[in-house]
Design a protein around this ligand. Structure first.
Ligand code: NAP
Length: 137
């Protein structure tokens, strides 16, 4: 979930991909229920900012088909944590190919010289970066 401003570029990108964006925070459950009155089949948490209890509620009390890649408290909630590990050279080559032909769009938020890696880490830790932070050799 992003704080995508209605009608803004992020909102438009998400709708183009077939997603219905909403905002996180207070009232999330009601907003998602309004968007999906038929119920929620699965939850993928990519933010890790405490959304697992709400996710379980939205799944009707079960942890089945909820997965997080970012919430270190997953085990406390009985939710599966998944880590992608290091991508293989073949997988990276395939992603590069898709980027070249426009099937994969990558947003660069900021670039930093390698000597400023610490600043990049500080920026990343805000949890509000919009795109990739690139370190230049
Ligand atoms: N397990 C793995 O294999 C794996 C792989 C890659 C990444 N990760 C983890 O996944 C997490 C996200 O990575 P990222 O690169 O996307 O981070 P990021 O670039 O810092 O983006 C964080 C996103 O989370 C949104 N956000 C912030 N607070 C939120 C909240 N309370 N609820 C919902 N969304 C919220 C932000 O939106 P706003 O700016 O609008 O607030 C922003 O779009 C990190 O913890 C990272 O370590 C795990």
């Amino acid at each position: 979930m992003l704080q995508a401003q209605p009608g803004g570029p992020v909102d438009r990108d998400l709708r183009e991909l077939g997603a219905l964006p909403t905002t996180y925070g207070e009232g999330l459950i009601a907003r998602v229920e309004a968007l999906a009155p038929q119920g929620v089949d699965a939850v993928f948490d990519a933010a890790g900012q405490g959304a697992l209890p709400d996710s379980i509620t939205l799944r009707g009390g079960t942890t089945d088909r909820i997965i997080t890649i970012a919430d270190p408290t997953a085990a406390d909630h009985g939710v599966t944590f998944s880590s992608s590990g290091t991508p293989t050279p073949e997988a990276l080559a395939e992603l590069a190919r898709r980027a070249t032909i426009g099937e994969l769009r990558i947003t660069v938020a900021e670039t930093y010289p390698l000597t400023e890696a610490a600043q990049a880490q500080t920026r990343s830790a805000t949890g509000h970066t919009r795109g990739k932070l690139i370190l230049l050799p």
